[in-house]
Design a protein around this ligand. Structure first.
Ligand SMILES: O=P(O)(O)OC[C@H]1O[C@](O)(CO)[C@@H](O)[C@@H]1O
Length: 359
């Protein structure tokens, strides 16, 4: 099927989570009374199914997108012309899936201490092509949260036997004492490889970029009165299965900074005052790539692969093949691999977060 349009627009796609949040997402969507609830995330241009045991929504997670003015299931759209949307080399290697999951995440509360399987473990033991290495690009912090933080990697690792005991007794004081708080601020980026234990602090609004799966082992079972059902704790397996992929290394902070922080490096000049920088490159992970484009004038650019792009500041007009789309702050679009060059016209100045699958 020849593409009827060029750009795929990615409207909000709220997904139920076991923690609470989402008031910021409500506000962005223009809700009259923004409120926190269990719809704490927005999965942007997703073909990944959410694993929410007990919820009767078989397609939860998969996005309805806007293409040529029509609302369509994103997986169906890609299947209609995988080479155009994803690129022939990508399809030959991975099949008709973007191999990428991008989310807005808006936490009202600290998330459960948790750990995700690395890709090799997921392939060997979970019959999944993807694990869940994930990255956080922090966009904002709620009013009243004075010390935004994440926990990432043990600073004082327990032994596996100790951790097993604490999980079974839910001794969260002992577990928390294994971590230092890593202070975070808007504009920062962190990569959390599969296997590394972590918990996102309360009051953080961010874009999360990750391998496309919803695989998680929870080390903690109760948050704010919600008790995780057993099936949701260790992916239907047991505690020893979860412990077998936990990274027990120590990751001390150096001058208050975590080794998981990724600092930007400029990679491409796009105009006299416009550029693209790498936030997460192949030196950090082979699971995905993340860039930020800063625009101070109209720019024409092409990319070697498809991308999920989110405007993180300002407004950008996209021109391609005689069509024009306006994308405002916190709106997103999918850039098909088949697009040769795209014109980006910022209103004054703008920033884009660009997430690319592994290539
Ligand atoms: O274990 P919880 O608190 O339900 O959190 C799950 C969420 O945590 C994250 O892995 C972020 O750490 C999200 O991708 C995921 O939706």
């Amino acid at each position: 099927m020849p593409p009827a349009d060029s750009i795929v627009l990615l409207p909000p796609n709220r997904v139920w989570r076991s923690y609470t949040g989402g008031a910021t997402l409500d506000r962005i969507a223009g809700a009259r009374t923004p409120a926190d609830s269990h719809l704490a995330e927005d999965w942007i241009g997703s073909v990944t199914l959410a694993r929410n045991p007990g919820r009767d929504l078989p397609r939860e997670g998969v996005s309805q997108v806007t293409y040529a003015g029509e609302s369509v299931d994103f997986a169906d759209l890609i299947a209609s012309d995988p080479d155009y949307f994803l690129g022939a080399a990508h399809v030959a290697r991975y099949g008709p899936a973007p191999m990428l999951l991008v989310k807005f995440l808006d936490s009202a509360t600290r998330l459960h201490f948790q750990c995700h399987p690395p890709r090799a473990f997921a392939r060997q033991h979970l019959d999944s092509p993807s694990g869940k290495t994930e990255a956080y690009h922090i966009l904002g912090v709620r009013d009243g949260v004075d010390d935004p933080y994440i926990y990432v990697g043990f600073q004082r690792p327990p032994t596996p036997a100790q951790l097993r005991d604490w999980i079974e007794r839910q001794d969260m004081a002992a577990l928390t004492a294994c971590f230092d708080k890593v202070p975070v601020a808007p504009g920062q980026t962190y990569l959390i490889p599969g296997g590394v234990p972590h918990a996102l602090g309360e009051g953080i609004f961010m874009v999360e970029i990750q391998e496309p799966s919803d695989l998680v082992a929870r080390l903690e079972f109760v948050r704010d009165g919600y008790v995780l059902p057993e099936a949701a704790r260790f992916m239907g397996r047991d505690v020893d299965f979860a412990l077998s992929f936990v990274d027990f290394n120590a990751y001390p902070l150096v001058d208050g900074e975590s080794p998981f922080r990724c600092r930007p490096s400029q990679c491409r000049v796009l105009g006299p005052h416009s550029w693209q920088e790498t936030l997460i490159g192949p030196d950090r992970t082979d699971c995905f790539r993340v860039c930020r484009t800063v625009l101070h004038e109209p720019v024409t650019k092409s990319e070697p692969t498809c991308a999920i792009c989110t405007v993180t500041r300002g407004t950008v007009h996209l021109h391609h093949a005689g069509r024009r789309h306006t994308v405002r702050c916190h709106e997103s679009f999918f850039l098909p691999a088949g697009i040769d060059a795209l014109d980006l016209l910022p209103e004054d100045s703008a920033e884009l977060l660009e997430c690319f699958p592994a290539n």
